[in-house]
Write a protein that binds this ligand. Structure first.
Ligand code: SAH
Length: 264
């Protein structure tokens, strides 16, 4: 057993149950033709099983105290990178992969959403993301329009791919035990809207939800500085009076396509 001084600042909550670890890898659809990027190797429990299922694994870990232990595992098709993944350029990360790759991660909760955004918005090679997230975040990711959990995260994940909750994981499965329950979210990335400017669409969606209780007209005039007259000429009163939470992804795309030339 690894003798390790667990660090709260790195969000270290390790998994050891082999059945659960294997199930996460199955949730990720990892097979012998897959190259995998793992984020947050920790004690290497997930890395070890990944290395048996995948063709190759590149695993990032921020805590250099884990170096000796991870190297001692002697995993043949695995490369460890000791760095903060959030500070690495996507080009550098992807230079380890010839083609597409799958991300699998049990990470600290405070970086799960930034990680999902980083890979969805910047990568052109990622095939899927299978990530342990706080249960509430998982529910936000997969929620549909009209639900109270529906927001920027749900729309943007839907824009880039298909998300589902593969399994719920009790806090009891981790050591040390966190004070929240978790879920594994699997996002199969599909390049569904190659013709839409990613950055512009993201800022448009953020603006639509900037004041949740306000109608679309107010959010577009305040956050995007689009003139009321312009909006009136493009949309019906009914559309402008709706709240962001009632727009499906396709509704947002329709609105975006009409006003994109007015967004800076
Ligand atoms: N995957 C392991 C460890 C999970 S704990 C398991 O399931 O048992 C999360 C791990 O992510 C910790 O080892 C922590 O040090 C690492 N980590 C935290 N922030 C990171 C970052 N920004 N970049 C890379 N690794 C990080």
């Amino acid at each position: 057993m690894l003798n390790h001084n667990f660090k709260k600042k790195f969000g270290q909550n390790f998994l050891s149950d082999k059945n659960l670890l294997t199930s996460i890898i199955q949730d990720a659809n990892v097979g012998k033709d897959d190259d995998v990027l793992e984020i947050g190797a920790g004690g290497g429990s997930l890395t070890e099983i990944l290395s048996q299922y995948a063709r190759s694994v590149v695993s990032y870990e921020i805590d250099t105290d884990l170096k000796d232990h991870l190297f001692s595992l002697g995993l043949k098709n695995t490369t460890f990178r000791f760095a903060d993944i959030m500070k690495c350029d996507i080009q550098d990360i992807e230079s380890d992969f010839k083609g597409g790759y799958r991300v699998v991660a049990n990470l600290p909760y405070y970086i799960t959403t930034p990680i999902i955004f980083k890979f969805l918005t910047q990568s052109t090679k990622v095939k899927s993301l299978t990530i342990m997230v706080q249960k509430e975040v998982a529910e936000r990711i997969v929620s549909a329009c009209g639900s109270k959990d529906y927001g920027v995260l749900s729309v943007m994940v839907g824009f880039y791919g298909q998300a589902k909750i593969s399994r719920y994981v009790s806090r009891k499965m981790f050591y040390p035990q966190p004070n929240v329950d978790s879920a594994v979210v699997h996002i199969e990335v599909e390049n569904k809207h190659p013709d839409i400017d990613r950055d512009k669409f993201y800022s448009f969606i953020q603006s639509c939800f900037s004041m949740r209780r306000k109608i679309l007209r107010n959010n577009l005039t305040h956050a995007l500085k689009i003139k009321g007259d312009t909006l009136d000429s493009l949309f019906s009163l009914e559309t402008l009076a709706k709240r962001a939470e009632s727009f499906s992804l396709d509704d947002f795309i329709d609105v975006f396509n009409k006003i994109k030339d007015y967004i800076d």
